[in-house]
Design a protein around this ligand. Structure first.
Ligand code: ZN
Length: 156
């Protein structure tokens, strides 16, 4: 694992979690129950479709995926191995919201960050000179990853 992908968080957030704790969304207690549900429901669809397309199941490499929503985050998002971190307003929405901004800034960002698992974590450039390649794949999968999921799924 590249050292820049090692990460941990310390917080007193609440979570939404699958029964087996493999997919969790963390956020401030007063907002996650209402605004975290959308990404909690749609995030696994993206991760599963990327796994299927890549031919390498995410969960065979890493046993869990945590999405951590923080109120402010300069970078916007970060892909640590097994934990992805986002600026809260990028992934927390009102439930059932299906709008272009949600699709473009929220779901596509999640697809971008999830794709770094394959392009950055599993396969890593040997030198920083080629780190741009990670972002090029991330940029591509922002939309291609979403396109793998039936678009109408995002509006249900
Ligand atoms: Zn990226």
């Amino acid at each position: 694992m590249p050292t820049y992908l090692v990460g941990f968080s310390v917080f007193e957030f609440d979570k939404l979690s699958t029964k087996d704790e493999t997919f969790r969304v963390w956020g401030r207690e007063d907002v996650i129950q209402k605004q975290g549900k959308y990404i909690f429901e749609k995030g696994p669809l993206i991760l599963n479709k990327l796994s299927e397309y890549m031919g390498i199941d995410y969960y065979t490499i890493m046993p869990k995926m945590d999405l951590v929503a923080v109120p402010d985050f300069d970078a916007g998002a970060m892909e640590n191995w097994g934990m992805t971190t986002y600026r809260e307003n990028y992934i927390f929405f009102d439930k059932d919201q299906c709008s272009a901004p949600v699709y473009i800034s929220g779901l596509s960002l999640v697809s971008h960050v999830f794709s770094h698992h394959w392009f950055g974590s599993i396969v890593t450039a040997m030198k920083w000179d080629y780190a741009w390649l990670n972002e090029a794949f991330g940029r591509y999968y922002e939309f291609f990853g979403l396109d793998l999921v039936n678009r109408t799924t995002f509006c249900r």
